[in-house]
Design a protein around this ligand. Structure first.
Ligand code: SF4
Ligand code: SF4
Ligand code: SF4
Length: 265
């Protein structure tokens, strides 16, 4: 892998490569360049999982012609497909090296109730929403109970914006979640449930179910489940499964394909 990246950098196929490097004992995102080829010996894959494509999007916004290489797991590639469709990245300027999924991506997501002593029933399962629940199971609660359980979850929010900031497909220059007409500033928790519903609506046709938002959420709100529900609706109405293609508009009811530039392998 290192040799391949070195070759790409030397040949000018890419200008930078976004991967991971162990820094002070932590696997952190790192930008490899041809000016420092020796750095590549420290390139690692490990269990690190950051939104490298979000970093690529930010860099490309400032340097439109820059050719960017990056490590991609399945979720990164799905996010890239969305970013191509939304014209946030030019596929002709991106080269990827695919790697196997990390353990954190395979684990059941984010229900810390397993850490509670067995004698204390996990409160989340009693009055909230279990993060490992499937959409259909969550829909089994009657409307009132479903509402109460989701409100329990939303009211834990400390409005840290971690969910938005980590999300590879949250790329808006002006975010509605900071728009004072929609969300009053300062309040913690934010207006419940507006903050979460605004974001959920925005994730329709965008969320690629990487789970990073839920991993980042300090209060364990089952965000992934919420966005899965939204995207079930998108799939039903528009026959579009988010992230699977780079050549179909998410909201094209006629199923007509939009001609986009070919996606890189
Ligand atoms: S799972 Fe969360 S972080 Fe990942 S794409 Fe969906 S909303 Fe964004
Ligand atoms: S939450 Fe909505 S407005 Fe804010 S960055 Fe994400 S998609 Fe854009
Ligand atoms: S990461 Fe969790 S606590 Fe932070 S704003 Fe998002 S939902 Fe709220």
């Amino acid at each position: 892998m290192q040799e391949q990246i070195k070759q790409w950098l030397e040949q000018g196929d890419i200008d930078i490569f976004l991967g991971y490097k162990m820094i002070q004992g932590h696997p952190l995102p790192y930008c490899f360049t041809k000016e420092n080829p020796d750095d590549l010996k420290d390139l690692i894959v490990g269990n690190a999982r950051y939104s490298l494509e979000k970093m690529a999007t930010k860099i490309a916004a400032e340097h439109k012609e820059l050719k960017i290489g990056l490590l991609t797991r399945d979720c990164n590639q799905r996010a890239l497909n969305v970013l191509y469709i939304w014209n946030q990245l030019n596929p002709e300027n991106i080269k990827t090296i695919g790697v196997n999924c990390c353990p954190s991506n395979l684990k059941e997501h984010g229900d810390c109730s397993y850490l509670e002593p067995e004698l204390i029933p996990p409160i989340k399962k009693m009055i909230g929403i279990d993060n490992n629940m499937q959409v259909k199971a969550a829909e089994q609660f009657n409307q009132k109970e479903r509402f109460n359980r989701w409100m329990y979850e939303f009211q834990k929010c400390i409005k840290c914006y971690g969910c938005r900031d980590i999300c590879p497909v949250c790329f808006c220059k002006e975010c509605s979640l900071e728009h004072t007409d929609l969300i009053a500033t300062g309040g913690i928790p934010p207006e419940v449930p507006i903050f979460h519903l605004v974001r959920a609506v925005h994730m329709g046709g965008r969320c690629i179910d990487c789970g990073l938002c839920e991993d980042a959420c300090p209060v364990d709100i089952p965000l992934r489940l919420l966005y899965r529900k939204v995207n079930e609706i998108v799939t039903d109405i528009f026959d579009y499964t988010t992230g699977t293609r780079a050549d179909q508009s998410p909201f094209n009811m006629l199923g007509e394909e939009v001609t986009l530039k070919p996606k890189p392998i």
